[in-house]
Design a protein around this ligand. Structure first.
Ligand SMILES: CC(C)(COP(=O)(O)OP(=O)(O)OC[C@H]1O[C@@H](n2cnc3c(N)ncnc32)[C@H](O)[C@@H]1OP(=O)(O)O)[C@@H](O)C(=O)NCCC(=O)NCCS
Length: 173
């Protein structure tokens, strides 16, 4: 079983009250929120969260994105949960050279409480346990609020152009 070392508590109002997280299933508790790994029972809530954060686009079928991440041994989907409510998420991957995060989201009702920062710190700590030296992420160029957020949590713009080629269509035939 893969292990995940304890995440650093985020600065600000978040206080970690839970215990270490040695397994896929257990997590850290920040006041009434906890960061845990995705479980099948969370699928509907997660997709609903992504929709409420406007992270879904027609070309990507969210259920397939979840399935692909689950099929990757290094892949993780961390959820910020309050009871059964999925209040935030981040999808993490490591390709052996760079770590990547996708679908970072905090429900609009819970923003500006350092929860997005806590999800990023959790992801960074997970990637460090894999020996990952650098984390990359992509932000749509018009997503100014996300760009502002990433700047505040320590990310800088790199002078690169992202190029892509679709290999599999998510549209069902
Ligand atoms: C981006 C997002 C995850 C931030 O979550 P959050 O929990 O509100 O952010 P935090 O409270 O942890 O903020 C951490 C820091 O970022 C800053 N920040 C947060 N939102 C910001 C914004 N819209 N513009 C500028 N700075 C912002 C905070 O002020 C804080 O800075 P500080 O250290 O000076 O106090 C959330 O706004 C979101 O889900 N957005 C929609 C989905 C999205 O665009 N995701 C990114 C995809 S690439």
């Amino acid at each position: 079983m893969k292990t995940h070392q304890e995440a650093r508590p985020a600065p600000g109002i978040l206080k970690k009250t839970g215990e270490k997280s040695p397994s896929r299933a257990s997590g850290q508790i920040f006041m009434e929120f906890e960061i845990v790994e995705f479980n099948e029972e969370d699928r509907e809530g997660l997709i609903s969260l992504w929709r409420s954060c406007e992270l879904t686009v027609p070309r990507n079928e969210p259920g397939r994105d979840i399935d692909r991440n689950l099929a990757d041994p290094a892949g993780r989907i961390f959820l910020l949960k309050k009871g059964h409510l999925v209040a935030g998420s981040v999808m993490v991957g490591y390709d052996g050279h760079r770590g990547w995060v996708y679908y970072l989201s905090v429900h609009p009702d819970y923003r500006n409480q350092n929860l997005g920062r806590a999800l990023m710190i959790h992801s960074e700590d997970y990637l460090k346990t894999l020996g990952c030296p650098k984390l990359n992420l992509m932000v749509r160029s018009h997503n100014y609020s996300a760009l502002g957020f990433y700047d505040r949590v320590g990310y800088q713009k790199d002078d690169v152009v992202v190029m892509s080629k679709r290999l599999v269509s998510d549209h069902r035939q």
